[in-house]
Design a binder for this molecule. Structure first.
Ligand SMILES: [Zn+2]
Length: 313
């Protein structure tokens, strides 16, 4: 035991749960993961998370100061509970904060995973030192978190604003959120796949990743799908620039791995849509933490807990 201080991190996603130990510089010291398998029940999930916490903590051998959890919403940070999360059937109402705190004997905090990631990027990544920072993650959905003057932005009752579901085209596809043509329904990976499938049913379409690869190889239909997605990404980002004029917007997530396919349309849309704000001073940059964003963000939620109680109001 060398007395090294560390925070436990739990990143709960639709397919896997990642658990790790992170130090105060945002370095992941040890990590493990397992399939989410929510249908096996809450108790089973809790046991797996606690076991992975114990294993990673033992591997590092430091002093566990607290634990942070990032989980796709709805989650209720003040209560420590999760709501009706689509991929966690039967877990609704579970108080993960209380359960894990009791098992591990340290304070625990939970946030929406988009907020957790934004806090992580603001502290240790692309948002360092900024006063207004937005992280937008584009993959199977679009998640966004906003850090203003060093504090996570919260809505009424501590709610997480769903920037990924603001409406771009009211005649667009119906989303599970209730709206038509919200950002996620037009610019996420599945939205790109659905558009390609609907418009060219004669072709055998694959994943968003494969569409990006085909576009890079010069396939015109894949290029059209990518171009459309890039334009909608650009419109959503231009709306954020007009609404917030932040210092930095960082973009992450699986879809933007092929950054060069999307960036020109994004920059062009911001340039032509945001005439009333100093858009040229808004930096749109890739996120810096990459594949570790979820885990590091969750750890930052643990540090956030220790920072000041006021920050969590
Ligand atoms: Zn929606």
């Amino acid at each position: 035991m060398d007395g090294k201080s560390m925070i436990g991190a739990i990143d709960i996603g639709g397919t896997k749960i990642a658990v790790g130990m992170v130090d105060e510089t945002g370095q992941v010291l040890a990590q493990l993961e397992c399939p989410t398998d929510a249908h096996q029940g809450l108790q089973d999930g809790l046991e797996r998370m606690v076991n992975m916490l114990r294993q990673t903590a033992a591997r590092v051998g430091g002093t566990l100061q607290g634990i942070g959890i990032g989980c796709t919403g709805p989650v209720y940070p003040r209560l420590g509970t999760i709501g009706n999360v689509e991929f966690l059937p039967g877990w609704e109402g579970a108080n993960l904060v209380k359960e894990i705190s009791q098992a591990m004997g340290v304070p625990v905090a939970i946030e929406n995973d988009a907020d957790a990631a934004a806090l992580g990027e603001w502290t240790w990544g692309a948002g360092r030192g900024t006063r207004q920072f937005l992280l937008v993650t584009v993959g199977t959905g679009i998640g966004a978190g906003l850090v203003l003057n060093g504090k996570l932005y919260r809505g009424v009752d501590g709610s997480h604003p769903e920037i990924g579901h603001h409406v771009i085209d009211p005649c667009g596809p119906l989303c599970f959120c209730g709206a038509r043509g919200c950002w996620e329904s037009l610019a996420s990976g599945p939205a790109m796949e659905a558009w390609a499938q609907a418009n060219h049913p004669e072709r055998e379409w694959f994943s968003a990743r494969q569409l990006c690869t085909a576009a890079e190889e010069g396939d015109p239909l894949s290029q059209a799908a990518v171009q459309r997605t890039a334009t909608y990404l650009g419109i959503g980002l231009a709306n954020l620039v007009t609404l917030f004029s932040p210092e930095v917007i960082a973009l992450g997530g699986g879809l933007l791995q092929s950054r060069h396919l999307f960036w020109p349309a994004i920059e062009e849309t911001i340039r032509t849509h945001c005439g009333l704000v100093p858009h040229e001073r808004v930096k749109v940059v890739p996120s810096a933490l990459g594949a570790q964003t979820g885990l590091v963000g969750a750890a930052r939620v643990g540090y956030h807990l220790n920072a000041t109680t006021d920050e969590r109001r």
